[in-house]
Write a protein that binds this ligand. Structure first.
Ligand SMILES: [Zn+2]
Length: 435
């Protein structure tokens, strides 16, 4: 049993009472937190670390992203969403398994460096992303996405292949990887396809991860086709009542009845404000969702539309945009937004013990360096973390007691090789799109 003793650090637990320890001890043994506050004098640790000037907090959870889209970062800029999406899809048609592997590996480097310990990913070749998750030591919920509008223009693996991948992933028994069924969205999948997905979700005990109600156009299309808004359409075919639950990304064009359904059915809604701002997609439903008890969490979305994977940026922008949109500076207190970025995301992904620092919880934590000009003085530690900290202030990352980064050095991934591979492959990819 490996025991790690961190000394002299501040600890933001995010427990129910919002306990903060100052100049305290945190002990990790065999992957779990065993002491918080004062370690026993008799403790015999394998590693003793003086963490003066650092604050520990639960690791961040990116509740919706497309990690291999790092390959397209900065490639489709200043475009409207209806034009941006087909351009990105043209590039995605050219992707290979190795491209996906290296793109996800780059994302993992970036996420670890900015304090993310778990992510919810939807993309293609998810067997290759699973390799990255295994090697990096991160936690992830993985969705092998597909489009099947039922008119012969399906993209991605057949549903049956997805099922085989889910079974094979579970057989490997990596508790750090969860799986979801991934019909991309109700506007790219027919009702027949979605009904089949719901059946399979019940057979396999799986959840569903998809995109929902991202634009007025999608709402109009759904009303024309089904006489129902997208949320109501999915509700009518049981998408929200599958055993593993439903994660419906974005869900921004909704009305009061939609919100009631989302809250009642326990749908998790990842909110990705930087993508919405960059693609000029208005997002006015957040406050009503929160007030109605919809399970909100936060994500970056893909780095082709964000264009980074820094959850500290998402945390700050979530707070700022709501204050502005509601013309109310009391909206989104710092503690609330920090909980959305940690425990709410962890719950949505099925890592239910993560997102809080307490005895018995898995040691999924990050250390932030407070010895920086923009983080002093410390009148209010939580406010500094939400409104002043940046991803680059994260010095150390631990998942299940394993160091993924120590003193800004990545411990599980070969970053130099990853940067080289991605640069080469991303250039070759966009050349193939031009041809
Ligand atoms: Zn997305």
């Amino acid at each position: 049993m490996t025991t790690i003793h961190l000394r002299n650090l501040d600890i933001v637990t995010l427990d129910e009472q919002g306990t903060i320890h100052r100049q305290a001890d945190l002990v990790v043994a065999d992957g779990f937190i065993t002491h918080l506050g004062q370690a026993p004098d008799t403790l015999q640790a394998d590693e003793i670390i003086d963490a003066s000037g650092r604050v520990a907090l639960p690791g961040l959870v990116n509740a919706h992203c497309h990690s291999p889209m790092t390959l397209l970062r900065g490639w489709a800029e200043d475009m409207y969403f209806p034009e941006w999406l087909p351009k990105v899809w043209r590039a995605e048609n050219q992707l290979t398994g190795p491209d996906i592997y290296w793109g996800a590996a780059l994302a993992a480097c970036e996420m670890i460096r900015t304090g993310t310990i778990a992510f919810n990913d939807m993309y293609f070749f998810m067997d290759r992303v699973a390799e990255v998750v295994s090697e990096s030591g991160m936690k992830a919920a993985l969705t092998w996405g597909f489009f099947d509008p039922g008119d012969g223009t399906a993209v991605g693996p057949a549903l049956e292949q997805t099922i085989e991948w889910i079974k094979a992933t579970h057989a490997r028994g990596n508790s750090r990887i969860k799986t979801y069924l991934g019909p991309h969205s109700p506007y790219t999948c027919s009702q027949t396809t979605l009904e089949r997905v719901v059946e399979i979700a019940h057979e396999l005990g799986q959840g569903i991860h998809l995109h929902l109600s991202e634009s007025q156009e999608q709402v109009d299309q759904s009303l024309k086709r089904y006489g129902l808004r997208p949320v109501q359409h999915l509700n009518s075919i049981g998408v929200f009542e599958v055993p593993g639950g439903c994660i419906a990304a974005h869900t921004i064009y909704i009305d009061g009845q939609d919100i009631e359904i989302l809250a009642k059915k326990g749908v998790c809604v990842p909110h990705c404000p930087i993508t919405y701002m960059k693609l000029a997609m208005p997002f006015f439903s957040f406050k009503a969702n929160l007030q109605a008890g919809v399970k909100m969490c936060l994500g970056t979305d893909g780095p082709a539309s964000n264009a980074d994977m820094d959850m500290f940026a998402v945390i700050r922008q979530t707070a700022l945009t709501q204050k502005l949109l509601q013309v109310d500076p009391t909206m989104m207190p710092a503690d609330t937004v920090l909980r959305l970025a940690t425990q709410a995301g962890a719950k949505a992904l099925g890592f239910t013990d993560s997102g809080v620092l307490k005895v018995g919880a898995p040691a999924d934590l990050i250390l932030v360096n407070l010895d920086a000009p923009h983080l002093r003085p410390v009148h209010n530690l939580i406010a500094n973390l939400v409104h002043s900290a940046k991803g680059s202030d994260v010095t150390d990352v631990m998942v299940d007691g394993q160091w993924l980064m120590r003193n800004r050095e990545l411990k599980t991934l070969d970053e130099d090789r990853i940067l080289y591979e991605v640069e080469t492959r991303a250039k070759a990819l966009v050349e193939r799109v031009k041809q």
